[in-house]
Design a binder for this molecule. Structure first.
Ligand SMILES: Cc1ncc(COP(=O)(O)O)c(C=O)c1O
Length: 422
């Protein structure tokens, strides 16, 4: 809680003050060696984050957007390819596609998890594309270009349903790049592999963002690509560093997309706390679940399928009439967010792609109803109780927009309990 009693949407100040000494020592040691770019801090972080994600390779880069762009280019995406993703993601996903020279296309999401609906992907590949026997790929009827790649987005800290997406990718010869920018440590139970797998370890490559508000955030901009493919990792190492194999030997044209050494040091410090922070987020999520347990139909809670262990980058509820609720919460000093208000197929930036309202109805409805409540490891049960009370007091009586509304908030104390949703 801030001094004025407000509950911010995220509290990055408390978060950093708690580990201030550890962070300051990173700056001190960087000053002593003046090793600001590359070097052991970057290499150590890359090794440790690869271990955390249970992959062979991690390549640190300048941001999550760079991570996506480099992963696409290194995986072989060509100018003019069509790359399929979902409309309800941060624009960086589609920016990276365009910056790699490809063209974004979309499939709709599952209405309960908000991640890519594998059945919609199947329908897209079967009916919106035609097979090209020469290349073994499919060609999008809409874009007229080969569909080479799919980017499932692990949204809000929960992984997409990867088994069927990977099956389709194999069947249709697609590259799979995971957008894991919001999912550090999230897990998926793969029935095919009969084990829990971490975000970043299932596709050909995956991108992570370490933007400060992420579950693992730098004190500035940073990102990484993870992969089990050694050649792909080597190509990304070149792309991030002007295409160099060694100083001034440029085999290809690349970018200045390196991970800053001080940020790598910061990330090493924070990585040691990440499992605990993720567990605390899960506990906060269980707390909200309990507090809203009697508001079923009024406040739609995050859905966690049995194959998912999310890390709650965000705790996103869904309500029929979001605007008055968000205003009431703001008046009560409670910060909220909307992730995201405009699905990308309707964003002005993509007008030229020619999409219309109604093209992706599930994503469009979610965009108009989702609300992200305060969620961070330092959030206290008392703060959560205040948030829940304010939410339930703001709800109108009666029925609206397909979500049932209750009149009286009935709150239960927050307690530790096993995750009971499947
Ligand atoms: C889903 C998603 N993709 C990509 C990105 C881009 O990451 P960055 O901001 O580090 O470039 C973000 C970050 O906000 C994100 O949430």
């Amino acid at each position: 809680m801030t001094d004025d009693g407000k509950i911010p949407f995220v509290d990055l100040v408390t978060h950093h003050l708690e580990i201030e000494e550890e962070l300051v020592s990173v700056f001190r040691s960087a000053l002593k060696t003046a090793g600001f770019v590359g070097g052991p801090m970057v290499e150590d972080f890359e090794r440790e984050f690869a271990q955390f994600c249970r992959v062979h390779y991690c390549v640190g880069v300048g941001s999550g957007t760079d991570a996506l762009r480099f992963a696409l280019i290194a995986a072989g995406v060509q100018a003019g390819d069509t790359v399929v993703t979902v409309p309800n993601t941060f624009i960086a996903t589609t920016e990276a596609i365009s910056q790699a020279g490809a063209r974004p296309d979309f499939v709709d999401i599952d209405e309960r998890t908000y991640t890519m609906d594998p059945e919609k992907l199947r329908a897209y590949l079967e009916t919106d594309c035609t097979p090209d026997r020469k290349t073994g790929r499919v060609v999008s009827k809409r874009t007229g270009s080969p569909v080479t790649t799919v980017i499932p987005v692990h949204l809000y800290g929960q992984m997409a349903d990867m088994d069927p997406i990977l099956d389709l990718a194999t069947q249709y010869n697609l590259i799979v790049i995971e957008d894991a920018c919001q999912a550090h440590g999230a897990e998926y139970f793969s029935s095919k592999q009969n084990r829990w797998m971490r975000a970043g370890s299932m596709g050909h490559a995956a991108s992570f963002s370490f933007y400060p508000g992420k579950n693992l955030g730098a004190c500035g901009e940073a990102g990484a690509v993870t992969t089990n493919d050694q050649e792909l990792a080597e190509r990304i190492r070149m792309l991030r560093d002007h295409g160099q194999v060694r100083k001034y030997h440029h085999d290809i044209e690349g970018y200045n997309g390196r991970l800053d050494a001080i940020q790598a040091g910061v990330l090493r410090v924070k990585l040691r706390h990440l499992a605990m922070w993720n567990e605390q987020r899960r506990e906060r999520a269980r707390g909200y679940d309990e507090l809203f347990a009697d508001a079923e139909g009024t406040v739609i809670l995050p859905h966690v399928p049995s194959w998912s262990r999310p890390v709650y980058h965000l705790y996103v509820v869904r309500v029929a009439d979001r605007e008055p609720l968000q205003k009431d919460l703001a008046a009560a000093g409670i910060g909220t967010g909307i992730h995201y208000p405009i699905p990308l197929h309707l964003a002005k930036a993509y007008e030229a792609l020619g999409f219309r309202p109604g093209d992706f109805p599930v994503a469009e409805q979610a965009a108009s109803q989702v609300l992200s409540l305060p969620m961070y490891p330092e959030l206290s049960p008392e703060q959560q109780r205040r948030v829940a009370t304010a939410v339930l007091q703001s709800m109108p009586v009666g029925e609206s927009g397909g979500l049932r509304y209750r009149s009286e908030p009935r709150l239960r104390p927050v307690g530790r309990q096993q995750m009971r949703r499947v």
